[in-house]
Write a protein of this length. Sequence first.
Length: 226
Amino acid sequence: MNKPIAIVTGASRGLGLALTAGLVERGWHVIADARDEVALHQALAVLGPDVTIVAGDIIDRRHRSALVAAAAGPIDLVVNNAGGLGPSPLPQLAAVGLEDVEALLAVNLVAPLGLIQIALPHLAPGAAIVNITSDASIEAYPGWGVYGMTKAALDHMGAVLAAEHPDVRVLAIDPGDMRTQMHQDAFPGEDISDRPGPESSVPSILELIDGDQPSGRYRATEQTTS
């Protein structure tokens, strides 16, 4: 392939889908994953041959290896977008089951690190790693403790990784509040239609990917889309 290659996890809906479409529009070839193979194919069919679909669960090491193998060449970008919310309705920390904490850490921290470990030897010069984070990693919101802890750990993992691999840009990007299924699950029964769609954050995220900003934590700027 002559096109830059990206791996985007959680690409069947929400920000992952919008970002995959944005990358393809900019001339990238994207290796896209999600657990639901049917939904993944349906969502990405319109993007044509510039998307390679590798369905599976990101917590499965064999699936992470398959994502890297599908690139069949140097990888220019890894986007750790797939993640979970945890129990819904959101519980306070004093009441949350520890098994739920362990399960969410596996999805939001261990799996992204696992993908990075496999991808590192295959990264192209100047490659970037993007970890999708949240303001819940730095702000104390009641009920968001479990999710926020996992994202804070993801932020710190990225910061240490950047210190250990200064030749790789490691960006933690907070896309802001979005109208997605995850946000709906966080507020069951509430109307979240006033929140912007995930596509509004994509131009800012793409600018960070294409730019020369150093490793660090960034907030995507919402943009109005026509």
